[in-house]
Ligand binder design. Structure first.
Ligand SMILES: Cc1cc2nc3c(=O)[nH]c(=O)nc-3n(C[C@H](O)[C@H](O)[C@H](O)COP(=O)(O)OP(=O)(O)OC[C@H]3O[C@@H](n4cnc5c(N)ncnc54)[C@H](O)[C@@H]3O)c2cc1C
Length: 295
């Protein structure tokens, strides 16, 4: 097995920034992506806090720019999911469904995965109408989308979808948890209706199309038709491919400068593109120094 200097798992903002900076040093990382370049950022309606875009930029456009920059530096993305990674005898061993890869250094930039909606069993005939990220729904128009959640992502999704659709937001809590600015914007959009204290109690396939959503709230019950359900009820670190042994050794390996966790995968609720990018660049700088010193 050929041994690489660096493998990077995940081509979201963190992994791409790591790869671009490494290429500038003349280091060729192997960068793996299980889905599409750009990661979670593809879902963002309007990114207003990434410097360089005075009027904001959509996540999909920013991702296109990241991808162009990566191409400019000849960053190659391997379209494979890493299903397992371990560390043995001084080397990382990563496996995809196709083959195994060995590497001296590993960068984990795997981001997060959605928390699943488990309040009730989703009927089998509706699973294809239930989503956890908005990018899969951005082509739909003149539909009704029910969104469960009340955080920044839920409101960002609502503002995005309401450009062409009706949106009904359901929050089982007593108030929205999003940025005040998003709440104010949503209130000005007639296509968005929002309810507190409202819990989905039942989903049934509508014989015509879509689904019937039954909800409960303190004063009674509510039923409405929706074409799609989008759940935005939180996210957690995507660490599935790391073996238990590797997770146990992570602190030591990070201390040795051979393992790097960058971006959302390690930042809890502090999930931002600029942080992910900054951590990617920092990791690449440390990696370059490590490779130079150990040459
Ligand atoms: C609706 C919404 C709005 C947002 N708005 C903003 C905003 O305005 N400003 C801002 O700064 N941030 C915003 N964000 C957050 C931003 O998208 C994230 O902080 C950023 O994408 C994190 O980058 P990352 O590279 O750490 O992780 P991710 O973007 O999650 O990328 C991880 C990548 O790794 C891949 N991957 C995971 N596991 C594997 C594996 N085993 N093998 C191969 N590939 C794998 C994934 O497919 C993914 O492409 C928003 C997010 C959402 C959802």
């Amino acid at each position: 097995m050929k041994v690489e200097d660096v493998i990077i798992i995940g081509a979201g903002p963190a992994g791409l920034a790591t790869a671009i900076q490494l290429k500038r040093y003349g280091v060729n990382p192997l960068l793996f992506e299980r889905e599409q370049v750009g990661g979670l950022l593809r879902n963002a309606n309007l990114v207003e806090n990434y410097p360089g875009f005075p009027h904001g930029i959509s996540g999909s456009r920013l991702v296109k720019l990241f991808a162009r920059q990566a191409t400019h530096f000849n960053v190659k993305v391997t379209d494979q999911e890493i299903i397992a990674i371990d560390y043995e005898q001084g080397l990382f061993q990563a496996k995809s469904r196709h083959r195994s890869y060995g590497s001296r250094i590993a960068v984990i930039a795997t981001g997060t995965k959605p928390l699943l909606f488990t309040d009730l069993l989703i009927p089998e005939d509706l699973t294809e109408s239930v989503f956890y990220e908005v990018h899969e729904l951005l082509q739909v128009k003149e539909k009704c989308v029910a969104i469960i959640g009340s955080g920044d992502a839920a409101f960002d999704y609502a503002l995005n979808l309401a450009k062409k659709n009706q949106v009904i937001m359901l929050n089982r809590g007593e108030r929205p948890k999003c940025l005040p600015l998003l709440w104010e914007r949503a209130q000005q959009v007639s296509n968005i209706s929002y309810r507190n204290h409202t819990q989905v109690a039942k989903l049934t396939k509508d014989p015509t199309a879509g689904m019937l959503v039954d909800c409960q709230y303190p004063a009674g019950e509510l039923q409405f038709h929706a074409d799609y359900l989008l759940c935005a009820i939180g996210r957690e670190a995507r660490l599935d491919c790391l073996s238990e042994t590797l997770l146990g050794q992570a602190n030591t390996l990070e201390g040795q400068g051979v393992l790097y966790m960058v971006g959302d995968v390690k930042n809890g609720i502090f999930r931002q593109t600029s942080i992910a990018v900054g951590e990617g660049v920092l990791a690449a700088m440390k990696i370059y120094r490590y490779l130079k010193e150990s040459a």
